[in-house]
Design a binder for this molecule. Structure first.
Ligand SMILES: [Zn+2]
Length: 183
């Protein structure tokens, strides 16, 4: 049987990594054999852990590309029950799509988490494609830093910087549509 793909998306500070960790802890509790991956570009807090903004963490493999990952792990149902991937927006689109597909076809379940949009409000390509491939989707929301209402957008507090500029509360904050503008 093909594995199932669940994807968790939302703006920054919505709690995506916390949702992913919840599933990781649950899988651990059930003695599942798991693999946790994140792109090595994301070294905001730690190189070999995924860490939430409120300091919960789990060990992970920091990947440069999928060849790296496949050298490290053999994706067979006998060895691995579940794969967790954080910050999917930073991964190569076609390569990620191809490899997630291979893993699912082995009968391994996959849970992905990441941003669905950048601070300009444009969809991240890899997240969009993974959402299209997903069996289950969870979109979660933060709270607007100005008014406290539901936030669906990531607001960049300073002008400029590249699209993939990695940062935390010093650069970005969650905002509602009323208090957000693309930048
Ligand atoms: Zn607001």
């Amino acid at each position: 049987m093909r594995g199932s793909l669940e994807t968790i998306v939302g703006a920054m500070f919505a709690g995506k990594t916390s949702e992913l960790l919840k599933r990781i802890l649950w899988a651990n509790h059930q003695n599942k054999k798991i693999v946790v991956i994140k792109p090595s570009l994301d070294n905001r807090y730690s190189e070999s852990k995924i860490i939430t903004h409120n300091d919960l963490s789990h060990e992970c493999f920091s990947m440069q590309n999928w060849d790296d990952v496949k050298k490290k792990y053999s994706f067979k149902k006998d060895n691995i029950d579940m794969v967790f991937v954080d910050e999917i927006q930073f991964l190569d689109t076609l390569d990620t799509l191809k490899n997630i597909e291979l893993i699912l076809n082995e009968g391994i379940d996959v849970v992905c988490a990441g941003l669905d949009q950048d601070s300009r409000g444009k969809p991240w390509e890899t997240s969009s494609m993974i959402l299209g491939l997903s069996d289950k989707i969870l979109k979660i929301y933060g709270f607007c830093n100005v008014c406290g209402m539901e936030a669906t957008k990531t607001y960049r507090k300073q002008e400029g910087g590249g699209r993939t500029q990695v940062g935390a509360a010093n650069i970005y904050e969650p905002r509602c549509l009323k208090h957000w503008s693309p930048r």
